[in-house]
Design a protein around this ligand. Structure first.
Ligand code: URA
Length: 444
């Protein structure tokens, strides 16, 4: 009996065929599982049967493993479960242990992809888009794309891998499931990408066709199963591709080292370290509090709602964000999980103090003349004390090391103001502060 699955991650196809074949009493050794090809007629499935929940959970992940034998292995397990011949614990059964190992490998790879994926901004006919590249060891693109679409719903992005690409066009917020309803689309992949330059060249040449041809064809189960980082997990070394704006070689080295930072516990639940970014020789360093939910997923500072507001205010004040360095007091996202949401938690004084190590590295190596401290955490990180932002904002003052500091509010504060009039007033005051910053930049 030949079973042709539509693609490597055809979970629905595998489940459908498995149910029909088990019910029809088709023994595992008579089935030839293939990806692609022509599907023979499946037996008419009559009736139902139960499979232990743990086996379903293992299969949902293991089906994404890059292991040709997985469909057969999983079918054999379901077959044995149906015939009452499957022990409960993987330790008691080599085949079950193999499937569980595949499931763990998939989960670890999904986590690795999430922590190492970097995006760079590109322009296409419809506007700007974040573009990322990764070569996953297993077929984890689709599940990660679902996750990213939930976390990063209001932006346009594409992820390219050697086997395929995923595209999101910034639909309204909400859970993107099933894929069809969500606007998540999948298309051709790219080989031979080694760095951001080759990715940019490939994208330039191929994106109209790839975007036009991509379709919503994922049936990968439960991105939630991947949501949890496998723990304990010592994160693997840096992957082959890092796509980011870089300042200079020393900052780049620090950025690499910071990826493995264990100076406090905030690294563990976070997806990745979010280091600052901006050009070498930037005259000004903007210092916020810590990455938010979107920054944590994307790996870049100030790209979420607060970042968008900062961009707008900078533009109004005549500051080109590409000419300044933007960073945070704390380099990991601190949050409390609430259902599927991650609620921001401000870092405490000890966490700010510990993470000051990285901020000092950035300050020393980039040597900006002016530091813009946005909000209490950014100010505390530099001044080492609690700061009354409204009282102390808006005027430059000298620091011991010769740099100049300037305190202003944090853009998230503006987002939280409930009444429109108050929000407009505070926003105007923020832009006014940034105009002063621009004047200081020009005077320096
Ligand atoms: N808030 C911050 O302080 N930093 C970010 O990068 C995003 C939101």
């Amino acid at each position: 009996m030949q079973v042709a699955l539509a693609r490597e991650t055809d979970w629905d196809g595998w489940r459908h065929a498995t149910r029909a074949l088990v019910l029809a009493g088709v023994a595992p050794e008579t089935i030839d599982w293939q990806v692609g090809g022509t599907q023979g007629d499946l037996p008419d499935a009559q009736g139902t049967f139960n499979v232990p929940r743990t086996l379903v959970a293992i299969a949902a992940l293991a089906v994404q493993a890059r292991a040709p034998e997985r469909f057969d292995l999983l079918y054999r397990l379901v077959w044995r479960a149906h015939h009452g011949a499957l022990p409960a614990a993987p330790a008691d059964d080599p085949a079950l242990a193999d499937a569980q190992a595949l499931a763990f490998a998939v989960r670890a790879e999904a986590h690795r992809m999430r922590t190492q994926l970097r995006f760079m901004p590109v322009e296409d006919a419809d506007g700007s888009r974040f573009l990322g590249w990764f070569a996953p060891r297993h077929h984890v693109l689709e599940a990660n794309a679902q996750l990213l679409a939930r976390r990063f719903a209001d932006r346009r992005w594409s992820i390219v891998t050697p086997d395929g690409s995923a595209h999101w066009d910034g639909a309204a917020r909400g859970a993107p499931k099933p894929a069809e309803a969500s606007g998540l689309r999948f298309g051709a992949g790219a080989r031979g990408i080694t760095d951001d330059a080759t990715l940019a060249a490939w994208w330039e040449a191929h994106h109209p066709a790839v975007l036009a041809e991509s379709v919503p064809d994922s049936s990968v189960p439960e991105a939630e199963a991947l949501d949890e980082a496998p723990r304990p997990l010592d994160r693997p070394p840096i992957g082959p591709v890092v796509l980011e704006a870089t300042a200079d070689a020393d900052v780049q080295r620090a950025r690499e080292e910071a990826r493995h930072c264990r100076r406090c516990d905030l690294w563990a639940p976070a997806s990745q370290t979010v280091f600052g970014e901006g050009p070498a020789g930037a005259p000004v360093m903007f210092i916020g509090e810590q990455p938010g939910d979107q920054e944590d997923v994307i790996g870049r500072p100030f790209v979420g709602p607060a970042g968008q507001l900062l961009d707008r205010a900078m533009e109004e004040a005549g500051i080109d964000r590409r000419t300044v360095y933007v960073t945070n007091a704390v380099k990991h996202f601190k949050f409390t999980p609430r259902g599927k949401r991650r609620i921001h938690q401000s870092p405490d004084a000890a966490e700010i103090q510990v993470c000051r190590f990285w901020l000092d590295v950035e300050r020393v190596q980039l040597a900006p003349r002016l530091l813009v401290l946005m909000g209490g955490s950014g100010a505390r990180a530099v001044l080492g004390r609690a700061v009354g932002v409204t009282r102390e904002r808006g005027r430059p003052f000298a620091l011991e090391d010769g740099q100049t500091a300037f305190i202003t509010v944090h853009p998230s504060y503006l987002l939280r103001i409930p009444d429109e009039a108050g929000k407009a007033r505070e926003y105007a005051a923020f832009v006014e502060d940034l105009r002063r910053v621009r004047a200081l930049m020009e005077a320096a």
